[in-house]
Design a protein around this ligand. Structure first.
Ligand code: NDP
Ligand code: OXD
Length: 313
């Protein structure tokens, strides 16, 4: 047993079935029940309990079962082996669908028309052309770049903000804390696809909302967050919605998941909620990706998409 599934909040049996279908000669273990921990070379992990991976003395690589790795980096006993994260066209496309859908939802005033329909009201509302709307994407990595390009192709004015400057045709690039004020100042719809790291925690806060453009063609700035819940201060989001600093928000991720029934976000006008499924992991596609990586590694050709533990993503 060289592959072990160490996961919480996902169904390990489904993953085991997929993996064993693809490599019939391998037995895939499930933590903590399956013994022989010293034979494990590869851990496939999602929110493993802290310390679990440290019990694998011959571990050679950890595969995150998602694009984000904050669920691993926070483990103080994390073994010093490469962490590989998911980069998969299926996952990327699903995220792009989510982002484009929510940008259009706000741009085409879906919530206003929905309210009107409930009142049987036939009334056209002003909606600006895409070229008059400025979308800003925080996090121009694999996911942010794909969504940005699709939005650019729809005609939106798109800019991205990241650690390093990007050179992407038709997309304005801002970088680092020096570039943040100008980026926010030109943004009507803010899309957040940042990873959760010590630098990004709580970045979606009152100060940031106050810096968004107030002269746009929409009824006010819009926030779409599908990065991580720990990036946002939910009390600040509610206060910004109440004061008009934000007009509407679409949230796929939350400070605490599942979002507690007591959260004011559930019933707040202007809030659209999805249960952290902007880009669901597809166990068939991802199992194939991981097994290909293992094969490549065992052939001496290294691993792709290795996380930089110091940066945290
Ligand atoms: P990448 O690692 O490819 O991209 C991360 C981007 O964030 C990079 O552009 C990076 O800048 C930028 N960045 C990181 N830290 C900072 C910072 N402090 N300041 C400015 N920019 C920063 O990740 P992915 O695009 O693959 O995924 C992004 C995140 O999306 C994941 O970490 C995860 O949290 C979330 N996610 C959510 C899902 C959902 O269903 N809701 C599904 C999948 C992922 P640079 O390019 O310069 O390094
Ligand atoms: C991921 C996620 O990181 O689904 O892939 O959140």
């Amino acid at each position: 047993m060289k592959i072990l599934l160490v996961m919480q909040g996902m169904q390990p049996e489904d993953w085991r079935r997929q993996l064993e279908l693809l490599t019939p000669t391998e037995t895939v273990g499930i933590w903590p029940g399956d013994g022989r921990l010293d034979s494990v070379k590869y851990a496939l992990a999602w929110h493993p309990p802290h310390g679990a991976l440290a019990q694998l003395p011959n571990l050679e690589a950890i595969f995150s079962l998602g694009a984000g790795v904050d669920h691993l980096i926070g483990d103080p006993a994390l073994p010093n082996v490469p962490i590989v994260r998911i980069v998969d066209p299926n996952l990327t496309m699903r995220m792009t669908e989510y982002v484009v859908f929510h940008v259009l939802l706000h741009h085409r005033r879906f919530h206003d028309y929905d309210r009107q329909q409930k009142l049987k009201q036939w009334q056209e509302l002003h909606q600006p052309a895409a070229k008059e709307v400025r979308v800003g994407i925080m996090g121009m990595g694999v996911l942010g770049t794909d969504a940005a390009c699709k939005l650019r192709d729809l005609g939106f004015q798109v800019a991205g903000w990241s650690n390093s400057v990007k050179d992407i045709s038709g997309i304005e690039s801002f970088a680092g804390s020096d570039g943040l004020p100008a980026f926010l100042n030109r943004t009507d719809i803010l899309v957040c696809l940042l990873p959760h790291t010590p630098d990004t925690e709580g970045i979606l806060n009152k100060k940031l909302f106050n810096s968004l453009a107030q002269d746009g063609q929409l009824q006010g700035p819009v926030l779409i967050n599908a990065g991580r819940g720990k990036l946002q201060i939910e009390d600040d989001i509610i206060a910004a919605l109440d004061s008009g600093k934000l007009h509407a928000v679409s949230l796929d991720v939350f400070e605490h998941e599942p979002l507690p029934a007591s959260s004011a976000l559930w019933q707040h006008q202007g809030v659209t909620i999805t249960p952290h499924n902007a880009s669901e992991s597809d166990d068939r596609a991802l199992s194939k990706y991981i097994l290909e990586q293992i094969k490549k590694y065992e052939a001496g050709d290294g691993l792709d998409n290795i996380v930089d533990n110091a940066r945290g993503y």
